[in-house]
Design a protein around this ligand. Structure first.
Ligand code: SAH
Length: 246
């Protein structure tokens, strides 16, 4: 089954962009995913093809008109009502690897890219649109965020990544950051590769990697670590109760 992406944007020339190259580009050529672009401006009603207007209540910038957005979304939905519509916005739910995995397992996505100050809020009330953020940063438009989301999905599609196992051990897949990697040369500017990785002892290597993954998550991402240990404490206390019950 082909993963089908429809992107609603004011800048169609930004696609497929980097997704036409390398892994994603090859997968597209092989028919594993497909993209079509909808120019939001085509749904403007006036002869100047206006898509934005000044913000109600005043203030800087321009806001994307709800009537134009709705027509563009309705048009995109005609081609696949089963695909979720996702608007890229810093006000959205932070994108996670778990959500990316769900999307990659589905038929595809319809992505709505904002510009200017963003969307008229009523679009989220009038249409089923999920709001997603790609991080606590502000981009000038939703297009790079859409490219990010698609890249993350495409690499998970069946047959796209070289080694199937390289997906499951990665950062976030088990709630932790991945352990660090090394390769030749064995010595570089006086720095060597950790001895254990050269030992050939697979059990020792696995436990070193597990420890580094945990240590690095604890120090770099206390937020992830807290969630991870919270989940573990819960399951451990469940196990303890079972033992006490005996
Ligand atoms: N005024 C808005 C920012 C608008 S940025 C605010 O402060 O919330 C213009 C467009 O860029 C947005 O409509 C959105 O589509 C996109 N964008 C910016 N940052 C983003 C982020 N972190 N995640 C997803 N999309 C983002």
């Amino acid at each position: 089954m082909t993963f089908h992406a429809t992107v609603l944007t004011l800048y169609p020339e930004m696609f497929p962009g980097p997704l036409g190259v390398s892994l994603a580009g090859r997968a597209m050529a092989e028919g594993k995913w497909a993209i079509d672009i909808v120019q939001i401006r085509d749904f403007a009603a006036d002869k100047h093809r206006t898509v934005d207007d000044t913000p109600a209540g005043g203030g800087a910038g321009m806001v994307l008109r709800v009537d134009v957005l709705a027509k563009a979304i309705d048009h995109a939905r005609e081609g696949g009502a089963s695909r979720p519509v996702i608007a890229l916005t810093p006000r959205g739910k932070p994108l996670t690897q778990a959500r990316v995995r769900e999307l990659a397992d589905g038929p595809g996505v319809i992505l709505l890219c904002g510009r200017f100050e963003g969307f008229d809020e009523r679009i989220f009330e009038g249409r089923a649109v999920e709001e997603v953020s790609v991080g606590d940063i502000v981009l000038s438009g939703g297009e790079p965020a859409a490219l990010m989301l698609l890249d993350a999905c495409i690499r998970l599609l069946p047959g796209v990544m070289g080694a199937p196992s390289s997906g499951s051990e990665e950062s976030f897949e088990n709630g932790l950051l991945e352990y660090p990697h090394y390769t030749r040369p064995q010595e570089w500017e006086g720095r060597t590769i950790p001895e254990v990785l050269r030992s050939g002892d697979h059990a020792k290597i696995a436990s070193w990697r597990k420890r580094r993954s945990e240590d690095d998550t604890r120090s770099r991402r206390p937020d992830l670590w807290e969630r991870h240990t919270g989940a573990r404490v819960q399951s451990a206390s469940g196990a303890q109760r079972e033992v006490q019950d005996d």
